[in-house]
Structures are given as structure tokens and as C-alpha cells.
Design a protein around this ligand. Structure first.
Ligand code: UD1
Ligand code: MG
Length: 445
């Protein structure tokens, strides 16, 4: 299966009320345009042309060399597809028109559309039956149940407005006919726009077969404002959680867990409530992510125990059986098998050997306001609580750091380093102090 995808992304996106172009708003951690492109690729698109408005440098930069066409004026969806004419060509084959604000369409649906055109249809459109059809174009069937035209909401007669079958926006068209049909579209309508949807009546009049496939509403929901964005996110999250649970992940309160679409979560992982798994995470088999933890760019081996309230930032790499506990922040740090940092710690730009134990309140002082420096902690080392490890610094394997130490130079393997004042103990001192203070208070001094 191969086709050319034309992704329309030149609309103004006014209702997003945003400095960021609408196609770059994210759903499940990915730009909506990335969803459209990835899905097209997954369905077998051999070429993807994105249609952009002039001045869309942000999106062009994001496209990073991928083909695009410019629609000079936003004169409607038909005019937008026409702008892709040179980039798409008239050869035989299938073109699929997609919208950059419809991120949840599935690759299977695209394949289904493309197959319809390969099997001889001139156009295959996506139909759906929303609870509230207002705003959508309606698919109008002739006496034989064949779609003869699409009428936009603004142009509907009362009888047409009552039609429940709506246009999902996505359509597959025979590439050799697409642009000749588009040439015949006029802007004689309520919005004075060139409607892509008008090619259905033109194709039908030419005797071409127009078919439709009905798909689930969630696949074609369009994102026009922030509320739609939240609805799309919720639908995607529901899908991601379901896939994770089907593949053997336990979620105690799935509706409170947020997953980036690229998360890899192995079997028998348990995710407690209120956890966010951001982009670039891999969680190994049997690990537990306790409540209120936030992970991004973290790779965990098997049977790790994370949180509650842990923050794993990009570059966290934990081997097997690692424990990272409450209020621990980890960034660009590798922890060997069974290493532990159970409480109130910051580990940044660090390598921590297998079996090392990092005590509560330990801080790797990795930044001096100018550069970042590394802390190396050897296998089996024990870092006492409330230690500051001033990088660059190397704590040897099996070394012990006394609690409260500020370590500024390397520590040999198996040695003990303590850097703090000795405790001065004055027997009876507390009683003398209290008696002096209470007498002074009575005198009023
Ligand atoms: C469109 C369909 C409607 C369908 C609905 C489904 C047309 C005329 N109408 O309406 O039948 O029910 O989608 O969501 O096609 N765009 C451009 N250039 C333009 C205008 C739009 O690139 O000049 C892009 C937009 O960025 C967007 C897409 O085309 O990605 C759809 O445009 P939009 O204005 O949202 O169309 P609807 O009115 O929703
Ligand atoms: Mg729309």
C-alpha cells in the first residue's frame, strides 16, 4: 500500500489563541503535525506534503527538510490542496488529504481509504456520526445510498441539517483526477471559500464512484481550541493506558496516570496513582512507580522502585533493582544494580556504582554557575546523610562518607572521609543555660 499524503496545516488556528502555531501544539507529548505525519508513514505514505501558510517559519524549521507547499492566501481547504499540486503531481496512484488538527486518526483507517481508491473508487471519504453534527459538513446520499455531495454546515437546508452522517475531513482521492476536479471548484458559497468537499459532487457528476467509510468519532475529532485539545488528550490517554494495561502493566487508578505516546513499559510494572511518564521513558519489567512521581527521559532496568514523589529527569539510567525514593531528583545520572538513594537527594551528572547507598539529603554540587561537573561514586560506597559532594569529585568503591560532610577532593576506595567539626559536649550545660535565661527573664532584662 502506498500513497501520497497531503496534510493541510495552513489554517489560521485563531481559536487556539496562541503564539505557537496550532499544528505544533502537543497531544500525548507529540506535536499534532507529528501525529499526522507518523500515522501517514505507518499506513504506507511514500511522500508527505504539508501545506503551510506564508510566514510559517516555525513549522518549516520543525519540518527539518520534509517537503511542504505554501498556500499564499487562506481561501479554503480546496485551495489549500491545490497549493500542493506541483509537489504532488498527477501520476496514477492515491492521494490522501489529512488535516494537521486531527491527530487521532488511525493508520488502519488511512489504509482502508487508500484501498478503496486502489479498488477503483474516485474518492473515498470518512464519515462519522457525532452526537452533535453542527459545524460539520454533511454527507448527502442519493436514492441508491451513494454519496452524491457534501454540504457544509453553513450551506445546509433544514432537511440537510438533520443529516447525522458527517464529513470527517479526511479523504482518499485518485491522484490523476484530484487536481482536475479541484480546478472546477468555485467559491460561490457562504464563506466565499474553495471547499475541498465540492469535489464530491463534481466527481459524482463525472460518473466516478464515491464511497464512504464510517469510523469512530474519536479518530476524526478536530482540534480547534484548547478545550478540543484537552478532549483529544483525554481520548489519547485512554487509548495509551488501555494499551499499557493490555500488555501487562498494572495501574491502580489509570485515569490519573499520564503517558507519553513513546513510553515503553514492560510487563508487570505497577504504576500507582498520579504518575506522569513523559517523553523518552523505558521502564523495565517488575518495576514499581509509586504515587506522585514524574519521569522524563528515564531508562529503568528490571525491578526498580521509584518514588513516591520522585523526579527522574532526562538522562536518568538505572540498572536493575535500583531504589530512588521520596523527594529524590535525578538528572543525567547512571545508577548501577541495586544502588539506592532513598530520601531527599539530588543526583546530577553522576555515576553511582552497583550497591552504593546514598544517604538522605545528599547533594551532588554539579554546577558552579558556569560549567557542569561529574561526581563518580564507586561500587558499594556509603554516602552519609546530608553530604555535599562538590564536583568534579571521585568517591572510591567501598568508601564511607561521614554524615554532614562537604567533600571537595577525591576519596580513596575503602577509606572513610569525614569533614565536619567535632561535637563539643558540656555536661550540665543545658541546665545552666536554662537557669541563667529564666533568672534574666524574671529581672526583666
Ligand atoms: C472541514 C470540512 C468539513 C468537515 C470538517 C471536519 C471543508 C470545506 N470542510 O471543515 O466538511 O466536516 O472539516 O473537521 O473542507 N486549512 C488550510 N487552508 C485553508 C483552510 C483550512 O490549510 O485555507 C486547513 C486547516 O489548517 C485545517 C484543515 O484545513 O487543518 C481544516 O480546516 P477547517 O477550517 O478547520 O475546516 P472545517 O470548517 O472544520
Ligand atoms: Mg476544523
Amino acid at each position: 500500500m502506498s500513497f501520497t499524503a497531503i496534510i493541510l496545516a495552513a489554517g489560521k488556528g485563531t481559536r487556539m489563541n496562541s503564539a505557537l502555531p496550532k499544528p505544533l501544539h502537543r497531544v500525548g507529548g507529540h506535536a499534532m503535525l507529528a501525529w499526522s505525519m507518523d500515522t501517514a508513514r505507518l499506513a504506507g505514505a511514500e511522500r508527505i506534503v504539508t501545506v503551510l501558510a506564508p510566514g510559517s517559519e516555525d513549522i518549516q524549521e520543525w519540518l527539518d527538510g520534509a517537503p511542504f507547499a505554501i498556500q499564499e492566501d487562506q481561501l479554503g481547504t480546496g485551495n489549500a490542496v491545490a497549493a500542493a499540486r506541483d509537489a504532488v503531481g498527477h501520476e496514477d496512484g492515491v492521494a490522501i488529504v489529512m488535516f494537521a488538527d486531527t491527530p487521532l486518526v488511525s493508520a488502519d483507517s488511512l489504509k482502508h481509504l487508500a484501498k478503496g481508491v486502489e479498488a477503483g473508487a474516485g474518492i473515498v471519504v470518512v464519515g462519522f456520526r457525532p452526537d452533535d453534527p453542527s459545524g460539520y459538513g454533511r454527507l448527502v446520499e442519493d436514492a441508491d445510498g451513494i454519496i452524491s455531495r457534501i454540504v457544509e454546515d453553513k450551506e445546509c437546508s433544514p432537511a440537510e441539517r438533520a443529516i447525522g452522517l458527517c464529513n470527517g475531513g479526511i479523504m482518499a482521492v485518485s491522484r490523476s483526477s484530484l487536481f482536475t476536479w479541484l480546478d472546477r471548484v468555485t467559491n460561490d458559497n457562504a464563506k466565499s471559500e474553495y471547499y475541498l468537499t465540492d469535489i464530491i459532487a463534481i466527481a459524482h457528476a463525472d460518473g466516478a464512484t464515491v464511497r464512504h467509510v464510517v469510523i469512530d468519532e474519536t479518530e476524526v475529532m478536530g482540534v480547534n481550541d484548547r478545550r478540543d485539545l484537552a478532549v483529544a488528550e483525554a481520548a489519547l490517554q485512554a487509548r495509551l493506558r488501555q494499551t499499557a494495561m493490555e500488555s501487562g502493566v498494572t495501574m491502580i487508578a489509570p485515569e490519573t496516570v499520564f503517558l507519553s505516546a513513546d513510553a515503553v513499559i514492560e510487563r508487570d510494572v505497577v504504576i500507582e496513582p498520579h504518575v506522569v511518564i513523559g517523553a523518552g521513558c523505558h521502564i523495565g519489567e517488575g518495576s514499581i512507580i509509586h504515587a506522585f512521581s514524574h519521569l522524563e527521559g528515564a531508562r529503568l532496568g528490571t525491578c526498580c522502585v521509584i518514588g513516591p514523589y520522585a523526579r527522574l529527569r532526562p538522562g536518568t539510567e538505572a540498572a536493575d533493582g535500583v531504589k530512588i525514593g521520596n523527594f529524590v531528583e535525578v538528572k543525567k545520572a547512571r545508577l548501577g544494580d541495586g544502588a539506592k538513594a532513598n530520601h531527599l537527594t539530588y543526583l546530577g551528572d553522576a555515576e553511582i556504582g552497583a550497591g552504593a547507598n546514598v544517604g538522605a539529603g545528599t547533594i551532588t554540587c554539579n554546577y558552579d554557575g558556569f560549567g557542569k561537573y561529574k561526581t563518580l561514586i564507586g561500587e558499594g560506597a556509603f554516602i552519609g546523610s546530608n553530604s555535599a559532594l562538590v564536583a568534579p569529585v571521585n568517591i572510591g568503591a567501598g568508601a564511607i562518607i561521614g554524615a554532614g560532610s562537604t567533600i571537595t577532593s577525591d576519596v580513596e576506595p575503602d577509606s572513610i572521609a569525614v569533614e565536619r567539626g567535632d561535637t563539643r559536649n558540656k555536661p550540665g550545660g543545658a541546665a545552666r543555660f536554662r537557669s541563667l535565661k529564666s533568672k534574666a527573664k524574671q529581672r526583666g532584662t
